[in-house]
Design a protein around this ligand. Structure first.
Ligand code: ZN
Length: 452
């Protein structure tokens, strides 16, 4: 089925993903679990989300699985219900950062870790397709629960700081997270200016994708107008974060990650603990390795994708992980991509240093860097990367842990197929201007060959 990807379900509503299919997916997930299991269900602000949620709940309960409906919720809140409140497995009905035509489903286990293909999503897809459902003896029970207060209290318990005197602009992108996250920041003492925090599935102000610069301009402007210390922008389901500094300029995600890594490593040293590991994805700057090393830490390069990242973090007992796409995973939140924890840590750094964000990020050396996500045909993306490997292998030494990467003397270049979208993600970086130009030429030639 075309809507099943490696980490989640995504499709255009209703042509690809509709009530009928989602009810089957509910039956499939119930069959994958056991009759009598419990699933927490939350949904984002999209117009189609309430209807899809009801279909999913019908599919689940008819196959004997109990459901706790938490209503409109950011995806990290669904994870929280699993790893902290112990309510069961979790489902978030969300199209995440995609445009309003889309919707999707993210599944997680009892630890709040996403169920990827390898962990069962493939099986769920097969069951939905075959409609070979296991029906329990009794219909599952449906209860409603408001977990917002519990989540707010948990987040507040993670910081000893009071952020009075700090002014923050929050851009909720009219998604499911804005109001809740603004509330946490307010209750932590900060002066919060809200833009687009009312849920509205038409996304009348901008697409809920904070990693695209064109969707950050309103936040940048508002930070300048209100002379705020920082701006936070979230995606449609609140698991991605972009940060705007006190000058109203979007921070480089590598700088945000470096600051967070430095903070958790210093905090760890203060606590006299010997945990040092920071996990990052293959598209992160060398800056992360350098900052981690300078702070006596150990950095681990790992594959892109929440499930793999979280699994690696548990294995290594890492302090945190990050992806250059704006996902941050902390031990305190069981390595779920709970970006509210990142916001609280950034504010903690601001508070404790007494400095401004633009000053704090200035100390990081600038690399020449370029990143892009190039649309391609879904059926061509993996084949393209395979052919690229064969081509580059003849000329360079390549690394194929994730896509294909070439290391240069002072930099690197990487191309990989996105697991979730018909997109080739690519990037290159160098500390040397001439080498950067050389890599750019090579990369531009490759980009021309990507099938459109
Ligand atoms: Zn998201």
């Amino acid at each position: 089925m075309g809507v099943f990807h490696r980490y989640d379900v995504r499709g255009i509503y209703p042509s690809e993903l509709n009530e009928n299919l989602v009810e089957k997916i509910g039956g499939a997930f119930a069959t994958f679990l056991q009759p009598g299991a419990t699933v927490v269900v939350g949904h984002d602000a999209r117009l189609s989300s309430p209807a899809l949620k009801n279909s999913l709940i019908r599919g689940l309960t008819e196959c004997g699985v109990n459901v706790v409906d938490i209503g409109i919720a950011a995806t990290p809140v669904v994870y929280f219900c699993c790893y902290k409140l112990g309510l069961g497995h979790g489902v978030s009905i969300t199209g995440s950062h995609l445009t309003k035509e889309y919707n999707g489903i993210k599944f997680c286990d009892e630890a709040g870790i996403p169920i990827s293909n390898e962990k069962g999503l493939k099986k769920i897809g097969e069951l939905a397709n075959s409609e070979n459902f296991r029906v329990g003896n009794a219909r599952g029970k449906l209860t409603e629960k408001n977990v917002e207060d519990a989540y707010v209290e948990f987040m507040k318990s993670l910081t000893k700081n009071n952020f009075s005197g700090k002014k923050i602009v929050v851009d909720g992108a009219n998604g499911s997270a804005g109001k809740l996250y603004a509330r946490i920041l307010k209750e932590s003492g900060a002066d919060v200016v809200e833009i687009y925090c009312e849920p509205d599935g038409n996304f009348p102000n901008h697409t809920p994708d904070p990693m695209k610069k064109e969707f950050i301009v309103d936040l940048e402007k508002k930070v300048r107008e209100s002379a705020a210390d920082v701006g936070f922008a979230f995606d449609g389901d609140g698991d991605r974060l972009a940060v705007v500094d006190n000058n109203g300029v979007m921070c480089n995600p590598n700088h945000v990650f470096a600051m967070l890594a430095e903070d958790v490593l210093k905090d760890n040293i203060e606590k006299n603990k010997n945990d040092k590991k920071i996990v990052h994805d293959v598209l992160c700057s060398k800056l992360i390795d350098d900052v981690v090393a300078q702070n006596d830490g150990v950095s681990i390069t790992w594959n892109v994708g929440h499930t793999l990242t979280a699994t690696k973090c548990f294995e290594e007992n890492a302090l945190m992980a990050g992806e250059v796409s704006g996902h941050y995973f902390f031990r305190e939140a069981n390595y779920t991509d709970d970006v509210m924890v990142a916001c609280l840590k950034i504010l903690g750094v601001l508070k404790n240093s007494g400095g401004q964000l633009s000053e704090l990020t200035k100390k990081y050396p600038r690399f020449y860097e370029f990143q892009d996500r190039i649309p391609t045909r879904a059926d061509a993306k993996f084949k393209f990367i395979e052919e690229l490997k064969q081509y580059l292998e003849k000329k360079y030494e390549i690394i194929t842990m994730e896509g294909v990467r070439v290391n240069f003397e002072n930099g690197w270049m990487l191309f990989r197929a996105s697991n979730t979208e018909p997109v080739i993600s690519m990037g290159y970086e160098s500390s040397d201007a001439d080498e950067f130009e050389k890599i750019k030429k090579i990369a531009d030639e490759i980009i021309k060959k990507i099938p459109r």
